[in-house]
Design a binder for this molecule. Structure first.
Ligand code: CDP
Ligand code: MG
Length: 833
């Protein structure tokens, strides 16, 4: 008896039917259990098993038998006590009542749009309905269903939930696949994946061969990837007439999608929720006796903007604002703040402890309100962890015998996830701090109280200034209603909105789709790598096409950085960038860091730029915090300061002093941990695409060459560049497009009046009143000459023209000549490498 290795096991299994009907010579017995497969032969050889290709009839027979077996297993499960309970739960969901309508719509139409209240069972039930109807059909489980989710965590938690509902192990019939992780077996017929994974699969398999159903979930979120996928799928449908596309959405904008797909039918699942009482900021203060003090007002939820909005609100609405709010807000008198303070005020800053009101409110609920879980909507996991830390020290909210405090965000561990769904013991109040993931993707049934900060972190993009920002911004009315609805699933609920009614009135009705509010560079690269033709033509076929200017900016940018050539084709660099799922500028740094053998610090820079700024600037300790950051700087670079801060933390953490180190240096522990894990993730990505081998010694040879690091940072951040103009005592900064710009006050370069280099490359510019630069590194002429722009064949002239604008003053004919020859040498070097 031999145990077969997994690859062969699969082959044997595929041809099982054949072997049974035409037993190969020498094979005596064949047995298979779920975990292994054994064959006894005369010689003990399994070479003999090389395929006799199975006939179509044999395949059908196998599939049919398999389906019979699956049906049988499900029947047994559904009759077990647990299975019966699960079936009872499933059939109580609103989606269950619409099962027949949904299945017949899918049978008769290539595209179907399904909408229904969050929690009605779209995500967990509909894929199962399709799966079950296929298994029970005459032809058996020929189906191969792919269901996309906007986030990793939902792909993982939903597939796990469905496996539990079916009494199976994850990876049997139901599996998932997300970046760098997956659980999927040969019997998997229903696969949950992130939208990005399906897009990547389309790269290799343009017709989605073998896939019978594609379900795109949460389309109401209008994420960029989802909008992009819809264009690709719309093109695919005529080529694959038997493929079924099902779109699922929480809110009722189904018509938009229906008309996009030529009037595809819509099925609505009617839901039921209990009434929820709404308390705006003014009511909260009245109800709980909370006083806004000047300190509390300078809080993260953008009181400044709130104040501005209340000014802009129509007169009659203003009368509704309880005068206390307005008085208190006025007292803070934001007009007197300097431009830089205003800027930091409007940015999210957890350490100025604007969580006072939430803490107060949670304590109030714990002490005075009826039992029921509390769901708090915050903007991101950094804020969640800071608030959690703060609450843990609270005498009431932090008392673990009374309160179960949980976090819910995209990157949490799966054990933690389970606790979120479970009902706690009697007498214990569950409090879940969540990002807007709990708005529609995850449903926590026992929530009775919702606290809504009114914001979500979203990227916005100003095409005119070509300036992207990732900042918490006000949510839309639809989102606010959705958040409120989370409180009424099991009984009437309460929703506390941490903003006055006039602010709510000023909210937009819907949120703009992501494709209209973010830079399109990565999307354009993806379009090119999928060989989808002209970028602007392709994007003009989107559900809502982005502005012409935004598309042109993105293409122009990609040409400047050398990812696209003049004819909009991918360069070698561009091709590598499409394999790195991050902003192209960060991808460029990683690639060059790997080529020039100084990956270690560059991994830290790239990871640090992918998380929130690890350097914290508490309002009341601004000077101390900035001084602490300055210690890490010796070389006029915020990026290198990040590297040193991280390396220091690594050493301290090894001696279990990581927390103390962060506290002393005004660093965020969460960011440090995130950087640490991202570094590993990025490293394995580079390994996957063959840019590093597994010898960590060689890839770090030049890690301590500060000039080289500067060059790599410049290579990534170009054309994010400004010139440093020295005056008598200080300096001013200018970019070609914006003229005068300012440094964000916590930049190490803002502290020094003499920067010994003529240029700063920067990571990001943010427009508030003036334009502020965040994270900069000073670079010399030669670095800019050699590393600014893309190093790719053929773009030399265009690149020189671009640089010429900056270098008008510096570019002596001799320099230009030197540049040309150096550049050529470098280009040759890169080619041979
Ligand atoms: O997708 P939709 O919002 O319509 O609902 P769903 O995610 O399919 O969830 C249906 C029901 O299953 C909800 O009542 C959830 O509370 C429950 N569920 C659960 O108990 N555990 C999970 N991991 C996922 C869903
Ligand atoms: Mg769902």
């Amino acid at each position: 008896e031999v145990i077969l290795p997994p690859g062969l096991r699969r082959r044997v299994d595929t041809h099982l039917g054949e072997y049974i009907s035409q037993k190969p010579k020498g094979m005596n017995a064949f047995s298979r259990s779920s975990s292994n497969c054994s064959i006894a032969t005369d010689e003990g050889l399994f070479e003999q098993l090389e395929p006799l290709p199975p006939s179509k009839a044999a395949m059908e027979k196998i599939i049919w038998r398999k389906s019979q077996q699956m049906q049988g297993e499900q029947l047994i499960w559904q009759q077990s006590p647990e299975g019966r309970k699960m079936m009872e739960f499933r059939s109580s969901l609103p989606a269950y009542k619409e099962k027949d309508a949904i299945l017949s719509a899918i049978l008769q139409n290539q595209v179907v749009i399904i909408s229904g209240e969050t929690g009605c069972g779209k995500t967990t039930q509909i894929p199962q309905f399709i799966l079950e109807s296929e298994i029970n059909s005459i032809r058996g489980a020929m189906c191969n269903i792919i269901c996309t989710q906007p986030r990793r965590i939902s792909a993982m938690s939903v597939s796990e939930r469905i496996a539990t509902e079916r009494g199976e192990k994850l990876g049997d019939t139901v599996g998932y696949k997300v970046r760098l992780e997956g659980m999927k077996g040969r019997d998997t017929h229903l696969l949950f994946c992130t939208t990005g994974i399906l897009l990547r699969r389309l790269l290799a398999d343009r017709n989605l061969k073998g896939v019978t159903h594609v379900i795109v979930d949460e389309i109401h979120e209008r994420g960029m990837n989802e909008d992009f996928l819809l264009i690709v799928l719309k093109d695919l449908l005529p080529r694959r007439p038997e493929l079924r596309l099902i779109l699922m959405s929480a809110t009722l904008d189904a018509e938009l999608f229906s008309s996009y797909f030529g009037g595809a039918p819509m099925v609505h699942i009617p839901g039921f929720t209990y009434p929820v009482r709404t308390h705006f900021l003014e009511n909260i203060m009245e109800r709980t006796g909370y006083q806004l003090t000047p300190y509390n007002q300078i809080d993260d939820y953008g009181m400044e903007k709130m104040w501005k909005m209340s000014k802009q609100a129509p007169r009659k609405r203003k009368s509704q604002i309880v005068s206390a709010v307005e008085e208190a807000l006025k007292a803070a008198d934001f007009k007197d703040y300097s431009a830089q303070t205003r800027e930091s005020l409007s940015c999210w800053n957890p350490d100025c402890l604007g969580f006072n009101l939430i803490e107060y409110l949670l304590c109030h609920i714990c002490e005075n309100e009826r039992p029921g879980a509390v769901l708090v909507f915050l903007t991101g996991w950094e804020d969640i962890s800071s608030l959690k830390e703060k609450l843990q020290g609270h005498p009431v909210v932090g008392d673990t015998s009374r309160v179960l405090l949980l976090a819910c965000h995209g990157s949490m561990a799966s054990e933690e996830q389970k606790l979120i769904f479970d009902k706690p013991e009697d007498g214990i109040r569950k409090i879940v701090l969540a990002t807007n993931i709990a708005e529609t993707s995850i449903t926590i049934n026992d929530v009775v109280f919702v606290i809504d900060c009114g914001k979500a972190k979203e990227t916005s993009y100003d095409a005119l200034n070509n300036t992207p920002c990732l900042l918490p911004s006000w949510i839309s009315k639809v989102s606010a209603q959705q958040r409120r609805g989370r409180a009424g699933r099991v009984q009437p609920g309460e929703c506390y909105r941490l903003y006055p009614r006039c602010v709510y009135d000023a909210f937009a009705d819907y949120q703009l789709p992501e494709i209209l509010r973010t830079p399109l560079q990565s999307l354009c690269l993806q379009i090119k790598s999928l060989k989808l033709g002209s970028i602007s033509e392709f994007l003009s076929r989107a559900l809502q096409s982005p502005e012409y200017l935004a598309v042109q900016n993105a293409i122009e940018y990609l040409k400047i950085i050398g990812a696209l050539d003049e004819t909009e084709n991918l360069t070698v660099l561009g091709r590598y960038l499409t394999m790195l799922p991050m902003e192209p500028k960060l991808g460029k740094m990683l690639i060059l860091g790997a080529i020039l053998n100084c990956l270690d610090p560059i991994l830290s820079v790239v990871a640090a730029l992918s998380v929130r700024d690890p350097f914290l600037t508490p309002m009341d300790k601004k000077d101390l915090a900035e001084a602490a950051k300055a210690q890490f700087s010796r070389d006029y670079s915020d990026h290198l300061a990040l590297v040193r801060a991280f390396e220091g933390w690594k050493v301290a953490d090894r001696d279990l002093a990581g927390y103390e180190y962060c506290w002393k240096n005004f660093l965020s522990v969460q960011s440090m941990k995130a950087i640490d894990s991202l570094r590993k993730e990025f490293y394995s990505l580079l390994k996957d695409i063959g840019l590093v081998d597994s010898n960590p010694v060689t890839y770090n040879t030049w890690s301590y060459d500060e000039h080289l690091l500067r060059a790599i940072i410049c290579y990534g951040l170009y054309p994010g560049i400004c010139s440093v103009v020295h005056n008598e005592k200080s300096f001013s900064l200018k970019t070609m497009e914006d003229g005068q710009v300012l440094l964000y006050s916590n930049s190490v370069n803002a502290r020094d009046s003499r920067i010994p280099y003529p240029w700063l490359v920067f990571n990001e510019k943010i427009k508030v009143n003036s334009i502020f630069l965040r994270d900069s590194t000073a670079v010399s002429d030669s670095v800019l000459l050699l590393f600014g722009g893309g190093i790719s064949k053929g773009d030399m002239d265009g690149h020189l023209k671009m640089l010429g604008g900056y270098l008008e003053f510096y570019m002596e004919p001799a320099t230009a000549e030197l540049y040309q020859s150096l550049k050529r040498e470098l280009e040759e070097f890169i080619q041979t490498k």
